[in-house]
Design a binder for this molecule. Sequence first.
Ligand SMILES: Cc1cc2nc3c(=O)[nH]c(=O)nc-3n(C[C@H](O)[C@H](O)[C@H](O)COP(=O)(O)OP(=O)(O)OC[C@H]3O[C@@H](n4cnc5c(N)ncnc54)[C@H](O)[C@@H]3O)c2cc1C
Length: 433
Amino acid sequence: MASNSYIIVGAGVFGVSTAYTLIRKYPNASVTIVDRDAYDADSRVAASWDWNKVIRADYDDIIYCRLALEAQDIFEQDPLYQPFFHKTGIYWMCRTDYATQVVENYRKLGRKAELEAVSVKEARKLYGGLFEDADYSDVRDVLVNKTSGWANAGDALKAVTKKCIGLGVKYVVAETESLTFNGGRCTGVRTKKGDTLRADKIILSTGAFTAKLLEQAAKASNKPEISAGGRIIAGGITTGMTQLDEESYKRFANMPVAVQSYNATVGPFVGSLPPTRDRELKWWGQKIFKNTQNILGKPISAPPPESDYAQWKVARPLKEDIDYANSIFYGKNGASWKMEKHRICWDAFTSSSDFIISPHAGAQGLYVATCGSFHGYKFFPVLGKYVVQMLEGELEEELKSKWAWDRERPDEKLNPEFPRWEMKEILGAQAKL
Ligand SMILES: Cc1cc2nc3c(=O)[nH]c(=O)nc-3n(C[C@H](O)[C@H](O)[C@H](O)COP(=O)(O)OP(=O)(O)OC[C@H]3O[C@@H](n4cnc5c(N)ncnc54)[C@H](O)[C@@H]3O)c2cc1C
């Protein structure tokens, strides 16, 4: 039986997908999204708000492979998502047996697609030799999947949010500072301006801000059980773009998404996305960092306190991470490119890189649906379906335990993507903007 009212804090892919699913399933329900930024603002802090994101089902984890295929089918076929999807293919330089595992997962799932593990010698010749000068040290083989691609991320997010509003979802621009409780039940949210909004179910899809928000709520309500307690870590990565000149654009316009993956000793995978309509080619860097601060007496990683997370203030050492990313994909081909736009993008991370889509164990009526762990965007079209199944106690057992609030947490050292730096450590005392 559905509740009548829902508040979803956060209008990234987790929150918007949930709102879209709820309002279509229960057209008469009251569904409110609360976000610090307007959905059509020129600049937003959401990780989901971006020029582009990789859309792929190339996962060695068969569950994410299955869910990503489900999502990608919607990206390809649903008129709401379809205009934003570009099936350019992916070119993934693998230093483990990742390529073979992905091919095997597609086979196990009975999915026919144009994908294969290609030898380095053969791969270098593909796509007119665009990646001939990449770093192939220790590369075992290259996964080439012609069916993967990328999406205009912010545009798709805006379109689906607009659709939600058209269907009756309320969108409130406000920063949520705390939560309200009646005994053991969460009853609503309190905004920074002092307004209180109430609903039967409160869903936090607040991305990188989640641990901080829960700490504020724990303190304000004197309920320590509300804290995230190390389950959720805010992590940042730098992105950078270059605007290609006419000649380079002609050469790179039809490039696939490119990925360099490493292992837990060396570091996370690094990526480069094909040029946008403004001819801007993008990278994300290899340094994933925490920003541990004293939040109400506890060391918690959270984005910088500025209302825009200081996301456009990118210091030199972080820009150098993008220069490095450029060099390992394009070598001499990209050596003269000028790096223009840099941004620090913050996401919520768990030590296993699994999402949290779960009731919060500390209060009834309170739910957490976030922790994209740097790979959540591609699931946009299906996240809401699984969040609503969770709200209604219908999530299949395997997903329930994978995404639970309380679950066994692997050693973070085994995860190449786990933030291994502190931002201040990278910047150093002398860092110049
Ligand atoms: C550099 C980078 C590259 C990535 N690349 C990819 C990729 O190629 N493919 C992919 O699938 N995934 C990728 N990801 C991951 C993906 O972007 C995220 O996992 C996903 O977007 C997270 O969605 P979310 O809804 O949890 O959070 P967000 O998108 O961050 O949204 C959270 C929302 O909550 C709001 N909010 C937070 N706190 C409050 C508050 N107190 N009050 C009101 N509102 C609040 C924010 O304003 C924001 O709009 C990448 C992430 C990064 C950082």
